[in-house]
Design a protein around this ligand. Structure first.
Ligand SMILES: [Zn+2]
Length: 295
């Protein structure tokens, strides 16, 4: 009997953009205060429009985790994102890390951000990503609050040790953090290198390391582990002309400004090489096989 080869459909990975402006990154928060934001030049809209073109050209749909602060000032852009077929989701109001909040403050932050995002776009917001992946063992109440407010999924965990963030004991793939809720957490991608977890889901790692590293990591996750990879980047990463922040720590400056001019072509390669989709669609698919979190 002749066996037909089983056609291996490519794994559809999750593509996401954390929509914040060049001065709103965690690395600069001790240099530029929130009170200063309104006096700075806004570049996020132009950068997001370039990203929409890039996605359009590659025929991919993605999720835009957007700050309420940005949505408040760029209403028409929110509608553009939704009209282009992408998912608009929440990145909180003004990028405060979740582990600095009480549960009540967190609840107020995500409620405020969601109202602005929904008013601006007309779309329902069901996904959330914590600023700087700031969910960890200190924030068990964060999932309860998301579930109470009706969110479907979160992508707020970096299950790796890192100097600014990380919950290194968290599962590497989709899990259900609450036994009584269908809320699903979809951690950003890590790969296994030499027996250790390494960050491989984007951000500075994608920009600074050779593209071959990301290709290897995504292939490992897709082919060896049969799982979708979750990738993220920021609009300021494709903007080599952004103002330089003086006074920031040297490590932050190197991390923030390296290879900005190479980012757009690198991204173009990435979106063409692998299959990508929206995070809400992926969350729906992954929810069925998601493990319950055992702590
Ligand atoms: Zn962010």
């Amino acid at each position: 009997m002749k066996h037909e080869p089983i056609s291996a459909a490519p794994v559809v990975n999750g593509l996401s953009v954390d929509v914040e402006d060049w001065f709103q990154v965690g690395a600069f928060e001790n240099v530029i205060g929130r009170d200063d934001w309104d006096g700075l030049s806004l570049r996020v809209e132009d950068n997001v429009l370039r990203i929409l073109d890039l996605f359009d050209e590659a025929e991919v749909k993605a999720t835009f985790f957007t700050l309420g602060w940005v949505a408040k000032r760029h209403g028409p852009l929110m509608r553009r994102i939704v009209e282009a077929g992408h998912e608009l989701a929440s990145h909180g109001y003004d990028h405060a890390r979740v582990f600095t909040f009480s549960r009540k403050e967190f609840g107020e932050d995500i409620r405020k951000a969601r109202e602005i995002l929904e008013d601006a776009s007309g779309a329902k917001i069901t996904g959330y990503r914590a600023p700087s992946f700031s969910f960890d063992q200190r924030t068990p109440w964060a999932y309860m609050e998301l579930a109470d407010q009706g969110y479907i999924y979160s992508s707020s965990v970096a299950p790796v040790a890192h100097d600014h963030y990380g919950w290194k004991e968290a599962p590497r793939f989709a899990f259900k953090p609450l036994p009584w809720s269908d809320l699903v957490e979809i951690p950003v991608t890590t790969a296994i290198l030499g027996g250790r977890r390494v960050a491989a889901g984007g951000g500075g790692f994608f920009r600074v390391l050779p593209y071959a590293f990301s290709r290897w990591a995504i292939r490992q996750v897709n082919r060896s582990e049969g799982k979708p990879a979750i990738f993220y980047f920021h609009p300021w990463e494709i903007d080599p002309d952004q103002p330089r922040v003086a006074g920031a720590p040297i490590k932050s400056r190197i991390r923030h400004y390296t290879n900005l001019e190479k980012m757009a072509p690198k991204l173009r390669g990435l979106v063409h090489e692998f299959a990508w989709g929206r995070m809400d669609v992926l969350a729906h698919r992954e929810a069925a096989g998601a493990q319950e979190l055992v702590t």
